[in-house]
Ligand binder design. Sequence first.
Ligand SMILES: Cc1cc2nc3c(=O)[nH]c(=O)nc-3n(C[C@H](O)[C@H](O)[C@H](O)COP(=O)(O)OP(=O)(O)OC[C@H]3O[C@@H](n4cnc5c(N)ncnc54)[C@H](O)[C@@H]3O)c2cc1C
Length: 128
Amino acid sequence: MDDCLRLTDNVWVIGDMAHAQTTGEQALPMVASVALQQGRYVAKSILSDSGVEPFRYKDKGQMATVGRRLAVVELPGGLRMHGTLAWLAWLTLHVVYLAGGRNRVSVIADWFWNYLAWGSGPRRTIIE
Ligand SMILES: Cc1cc2nc3c(=O)[nH]c(=O)nc-3n(C[C@H](O)[C@H](O)[C@H](O)COP(=O)(O)OP(=O)(O)OC[C@H]3O[C@@H](n4cnc5c(N)ncnc54)[C@H](O)[C@@H]3O)c2cc1C
């Protein structure tokens, strides 16, 4: 794969399937923001007659949920957040990025139900 994410003349690889590097040897992480930026970049490449610059990933920070009402957030400037505020930021951003109003409503309803039903279902997947 070249630095324009092209495998051959008419084949591109993006998202989790790609092994794209920005600087050094380390590949970009398998996260949604990489896949989204690569998707937009390849769409532009396909539509462009004159070619495009090599792909450059713009780091917008990292977020992960790590428990109930608990998340960690790291912004590009090094600002870090954790706890409930970070968890609310994670929820909001993920809903904003979903495509379509129906998707958003159904995900919010699912999350709300899971939040209320937390701990009430079977938890063990392996039984002796
Ligand atoms: C449990 C979990 C939690 C995660 N949490 C986060 C997070 O908090 N933040 C974050 O940034 N990233 C997170 N990720 C990673 C993120 O989901 C992926 O990096 C991102 O979805 C990659 O996008 P993609 O388009 O490459 O692949 P996908 O989103 O997996 O899309 C691939 C699509 O191709 C379809 N497909 C597969 N084979 C075929 C076929 N033969 N024919 C037609 N269609 C096919 C699949 O059904 C799927 O819809 C998480 C991943 C997992 C598994």
